[in-house]
Design a protein around this ligand. Structure first.
Ligand code: CP
Length: 288
């Protein structure tokens, strides 16, 4: 049987998306069954809390065995490179290999299904799936037509923004990017509008996705621009009931204030909660 790999949201058809959202809703409502005799391996070459642990939680809930690659005790310390390491992990034969990498992932002819857990500034498909699921759940809707979604912060380095914008456009949302010019990508990501200050924003927004400054990808000055911080005053400018999302990790007091993260409008911990059933649905998709 050919393996199903998900390196980009483009690897999922509209039918796949419907099935994944439906399966996530089913898992949330009815719970998990330990149904797979399979191994999921995680190999994270960049730090992670939510993505790695939610894939591992989901795998445990579905009865898979979990194997975790640990870079700090691996033969990378003896000079083995990341591509050779990944090729060796695939040769070990896990049924699913979840990889987070500094460099873009490419498809290979290996038997394992590879799921991209975030590759550099490229894509983060499972994050976009759980974010879109969280929005659909919040609005109790099958698509996001008529919804204005704002992305704010370090967009140029954000794999979360790139995967999300692709998926949100497929769900018919209207997308605005808000960022200082040095953190705005030169080329369009498929958004509908751009703004460079809160004062330029002219709509009521249904949701805002805050993005931290990716200091690990920036040389030199590393301070988040204070004018782009989501505090209660700036949140008010976005209209009533604007839902607040953040993929994490949050840098409280930089891109987002604590009162906003903990406000009734915040869906941030719902995103984390939804990460487990969404990733369980992805595992079922890859194995079935
Ligand atoms: N959103 C996200 O990718 O979080 P982690 O880096 O903790 O996995």
């Amino acid at each position: 049987m050919a393996s199903k790999s998900i390196l980009s949201v483009d690897d999922l058809s509209d039918g796949d998306l419907d099935r994944l959202f439906c399966e996530t809703r089913r898992l949330k409502a009815s719970g998990y069954k330990k149904k797979w005799d399979a191994v999921l391996m995680t190999a994270f070459f960049e730090p992670s809390t939510r993505t790695r642990l939610s894939f591992e939680m989901a795998a445990h809930r579905l009865g898979l065995r979990v194997s975790t690659f640990d870079q700090s005790s691996s033969s990378m310390l003896k000079g083995e490179g990341i591509l050779e390491t990944i090729a060796n992990l695939q040769a070990l034969g896990p049924d699913i290999l979840v990889i987070r990498s500094k460099i873009p992932l490419v498809k290979t002819a290996q038997k394992s299904s590879v799921i991209n857990g975030g590759d550099g500034t490229n894509e983060h498909p499972s994050q976009a799936l759980l974010d879109c699921f969280t929005l659909l759940e919040h609005f109790n809707a099958d698509d996001l037509s008529g919804k204005n979604i704002l992305f704010m912060g370090d967009i140029i380095h954000s794999r979360v923004a790139k995967s999300n914008i692709k998926l949100l456009k497929r769900l018919k949302a209207h997308i605005t990017l808000l960022s200082p010019s040095q953190l705005m990508p030169e080329l369009s990501l498929g958004e509908d509008e751009r703004a460079h200050s809160f004062a330029e924003l002219s709509k009521d927004y249904s949701a805002i996705m805050c993005l931290r400054l990716q200091k690990e990808r920036i040389e030199g000055a590393k301070s988040y621009p204070a004018d782009f911080s989501l505090n209660l005053k700036n949140l008010e400018k976005l209209g009533q009931n604007c839902a607040v999302l953040h993929p994490g990790p949050m840098n409280i007091g930089e891109e987002i204030a604590l009162e906003v993260a903990n406000s009734p409008q915040s869906l941030i911990y719902r995103q984390v909660e939804n990460g487990v059933p969404m990733r369980a649905a992805l595992i079922n998709h890859c194995l079935s």
